[in-house]
Design a protein around this ligand. Structure first.
Ligand code: BG6
Length: 482
């Protein structure tokens, strides 16, 4: 079904995210007939382009993404461009007049720029009256670089837009498998009785990428893996695994439960960061069969203490999860692109099997987000055949592509339309962002104070060996079953 007519303005319209993710997502929704014909999509950046110049750059990206030529042209007919500087008034009058042409439209302002510009952009949107009516603002992560700067941004945005108009996007929440966690946990009777410290041994969340930092080093070098991936995406995944059942799927019912998880995270600070965290930085090596340079070689300065890998052991101090480790890891230039959540159950209390029958492995529920979405439940069964009782560990396997036969939509497709529809369930509320920084800040401070440099790892390996030691010390291993 089409959504209501809207005008969507993307600040940072020539940036990597807009060109690689946002516009292709909108194109796919257009092809499926969900974008009304009167809707407009307007890219904004400082570059002195015109509509045609902008469309040409998008045409190329959409063609490379396998779009149909005629449909691309029809879609681009709804796309325009304006050159604006958030820090100067030039052009803003004309821009406000353009938006004012369709006052009944829902207005969405997507800030896909550096967070340093969020305040200036919102102030101008406010002073030109563009925050009025059915206006919404989308803030791309990271929101700030610590709690103090996030508060400054949230306060300033809050002067112009109400909280109900503010959508803090975390695209991991739009991924099918993540939403499936809700269905799996709360739509089945099997899991919830076991979903606690009594039956779950530990949880692992891995977000591994083969890509390096490449063109994004100006942003990335000021962020690092903890700010770029853990403070937002990985903590949001952790919340979906760990939260209590919300009373409904109302936005605040879900977000209240996530917030409680974030507030229950045990602090990691200078007293324990050395035991509970590992930082790494990639060196030259290989990625997808090609040799690739190291992180420092990609920086103009050739110097940096920024981590491109982090592994850590988190804990949630509440009744459900006390004592259950959540091992989290993410990194660039790892051997494969894979994101998954592994919930590892406890061993059976007593084995009745002969040791010769084989190892009695623990049950695991593995939810894979990438590259393909699937859910596997690893069980112990008897190896078929007459030759004695031999145990085997096999998956009950639900691959989405096989089961439903379609390519799953990109997370941004769902989330962009949720903004237009005004549904904030899968967006972060201000207090969630703050609680996540409250946990991340002392880790960043402990690293800065320690004066230690991140441990080097060769591109194409699973990060520094200390990350393996972090989990093996506890008699556990990173999930390798796929
Ligand atoms: C972004 C990070 O939020 O997520 C990137 O800034 C990262 O560094 C990306 O590469 C990963 O997203 P996905 O959907 O490709 O796993």
């Amino acid at each position: 079904l089409p959504v209501e007519p809207f005008d969507l303005v993307i600040f940072g319209g020539t940036g990597d995210l807009a060109v690689r993710k946002l516009l292709p997502a909108l194109y796919h929704r257009f092809v499926d007939g969900q974008i009304p014909a009167s809707s407009r999509i307007i890219g904004i950046a400082r570059e002195g382009l015109d509509d045609d110049g902008y469309r040409a750059s998008l045409r190329k990206a959409l063609q490379e993404g396998g779009g149909n030529a005629a449909k691309i042209e029809a879609f681009l007919g709804q796309v325009g461009y304006r050159s604006l500087d958030a820090r100067k008034d030039d052009g803003w009058d004309a821009f406000a007049a353009l938006i004012g042409e369709q006052p009944e439209h829902i207005r969405v302002f997507y800030l896909s720029t550096s967070p340093e510009l969020f305040v200036d952009i919102c102030n101008r949107l406010g002073s030109y009256g563009l925050n009025k009516g059915r206006a919404r603002v989308v803030l791309e992560k990271p929101i700030g670089r610590d709690l103090a700067s996030a508060n400054q941004i949230n306060d300033a945005v809050g002067h112009v837009f109400e909280e109900s108009q503010t959508f803090r996007i975390d695209h991991y929440l739009g991924k099918e498998t993540v939403q499936n966690l809700l269905a799996l946990r709360f739509g089945n009777v099997l899991f919830e009785p076991l979903w606690n410290a009594e039956h779950i041994d530990h949880v692992q969340i891995t977000v591994a990428e083969t890509l390096g930092v490449g063109q994004r080093s100006a942003y990335y070098d000021r962020a690092g893996a903890l700010r770029d991936m853990v403070q937002n995406h990985i903590l949001q995944l952790l919340c979906m695994v760990a939260m209590e059942p919300p009373s409904s799927l109302q936005p605040d019912a879900v977000r209240d439960e996530k917030l409680k998880v974030l507030r229950s995270l045990k602090p990691i600070d200078e007293s324990n960061a050395a035991q509970l965290t590992v930082r790494g930085q990639y060196r030259a090596g290989a990625a997808e069969g090609q040799s690739v340079p190291g992180y420092l070689d990609e920086l103009a300065s050739g110097k940096s203490n920024t981590e491109t890998f982090v592994a850590l052991k988190a804990e949630i101090a509440n009744w459900r999860w006390a004592g259950v480790p959540f091992y989290l890891r993410t990194g660039k230039r790892l051997p494969e692109r894979v994101s998954e959540i592994a919930v590892v159950f406890k061993a059976v209390p007593h084995s009745i099997f002969d040791p010769a029958a084989g190892v009695l492995a623990q049950n695991r529920l593995v939810l894979r987000l990438q590259p393909d979405e699937d859910i596997k439940l690893w069980l112990t069964i008897k190896h078929p055949g007459p030759g004695g009782l031999r145990l085997r560990h096999v998956p009950l396997d639900m691959s989405f592509a096989e089961a439903f036969g379609v390519q799953q939509p990109d997370a941004y497709e769902r989330l962009l339309l949720d903004v237009v529809r005004g549904n904030p369930t899968l967006f972060m509320r201000r207090d969630e962002v703050e609680a996540a920084w409250q946990w991340a800040d002392p880790i960043l401070a402990a690293w800065a104070d320690s004066g230690e440099t991140p441990r080097p790892y060769t591109s194409g390996t699973w990060g520094p060996s200390a990350a393996v030691a972090l989990i093996e010390r506890d008699g556990r291993t990173w999930n390798e079953e796929s």
